[in-house]
Design a protein around this ligand. Structure first.
Ligand code: NAP
Length: 344
């Protein structure tokens, strides 16, 4: 049994972490630490969770207790740098949901985030926790950098193809969409219902921070071709949808590619391979990543969909925690006994 501290647990991803803590058989207790919400009770902040969680008062970030075994950090980028080094020195396990430890290089972090990285030695030590990417071993690790929401959907869709047919790829181009909860709970005029309703537009074109994160993982799997990544905001609260078009040097057999995907994810509890492009509604409120692969001649189109707050953040963080402790991966996240089903 373990004790958990959720630093930044009063936000959108924090609320999911609280729910998963309440469902997990090996979580003995948990404490939420907040900024402006410190002093409020959890059920005042999240009335919909009354009766489902262990209620307590949100503690200030200035009073983080050392009793916890593991800390989730769900703070805006830059803020985790203040807490992670001392927690790791104290022998605690840490899973950071933000972007501060995802990139391997201090200079890349500083270029894309515009902040000095003050604990760059941990960038090499951390494990990048793309939980369904087979072969990743976590048991001895202290620090997990939980992947971003766009990278989770994009990379899970692409990485089997890249691993097997990387040398055949001429270019890859991802067009991705996010619901507004991806930006967190602090108010922003452009995210008001009156601005968003009926609208779609691209944003952060050629400068989205998730682009180097995606490329970092793909390049380790053998990808070295030109890649473009364009993000759009959807007039919906939840979801990430990524469509990647890949031009290949030669034609591939669609069935062979699908069989390879099936084998690649055979042991994954949370990747569902679909015969048709997934819908966002199929994955909202779940920890699944639904993927469809379509190949015609020398063009492959891969579509993938996730819930940004669960698979793209807190659900994957719980998968990572379970992997760190050697527990069954779905504990806390979904009902016990539900097994992975592939439709191929
Ligand atoms: N939203 C997503 O879909 C998503 C997906 C993947 C990763 N992430 C990452 O996960 C992290 C949390 O995201 P979120 O969507 O949960 O954010 P959020 O809803 O905005 O919540 C942020 C949390 O951090 C605290 N906080 C806000 N500003 C702070 C500051 N200046 N100093 C200290 N604490 C501060 C807030 O405390 P109070 O409420 O008490 O003020 C709250 O607990 C971010 O790094 C984000 O990039 C988010």
């Amino acid at each position: 049994m373990i004790s958990i501290g959720i630093i930044g647990g009063s936000g959108y991803t924090g609320k999911k972490l609280i729910q998963f803590c309440s469902n997990h058989p090996f979580v003995n207790d948990y404490k939420v630490y907040g900024n402006k919400t410190a002093g409020q009770s959890l059920t005042d902040l999240f009335p919909e969770l009354a009766g489902q969680i262990l209620d307590s008062v949100i503690e200030s970030l200035d009073n983080i207790s050392s009793v916890h075994d593991l800390f989730f950090i769900a703070l805006p980028h830059g803020e985790a740098l203040k807490y992670v080094p001392s927690l790791i020195s104290a022998g605690k396990k840490v899973i950071d949901l933000g972007g501060d430890y995802r990139l391997d290089s201090k200079s890349e972090y500083e270029k894309w985030y515009g902040i000095e990285h003050t604990s760059a030695e941990l960038l090499k030590e951390k494990i990048y926790g793309l939980a369904d990417y087979s072969g990743t071993q976590y048991l001895d690790s202290g620090l997990i950098a939980n992947p971003g929401c766009y990278p989770t959907a994009t990379v899970l869709g692409l990485i089997p193809l890249v691993s097997r047919f990387g040398e055949e790829i001429i270019t890859a181009s991802t067009i991705a969409y996010s619901g507004t909860s991806g930006a967190g709970k602090s108010p922003k005029q452009e995210l008001l219902m009156a601005e968003m309703d009926g609208d779609v537009s691209a944003y952060n074109v050629n400068k989205h921070r998730h682009q180097p994160e995606i490329l970092q993982t793909l390049s380790k799997a053998g990808f070295s071709s030109p890649f473009s990544f364009t993000t759009h905001l959807l007039p919906a609260a939840i979801g990430i949808y990524a469509t990647t078009s890949i031009h290949l040097k030669k034609s591939l057999n669609e069935n062979a590619v699908k069989e390879f995907y099936k084998a690649f994810y055979a042991s994954s509890s949370f990747v569902r391979l679909r015969e048709v492009p997934p819908h966002l509604t199929w994955v909202v409120n779940t920890n699944y990543c639904d993927i469809n692969v379509s190949v015609k001649d020398n063009v492959a189109i891969i579509t993938s969909a996730i819930d940004n707050l669960i698979k793209g953040a807190s659900g994957q963080a719980f998968q990572n925690m379970n992997k760190m402790y050697g527990w069954e991966e779905s504990l806390g996240i979904k009902a016990e006994g539900v097994k992975h089903v592939s439709v191929y």
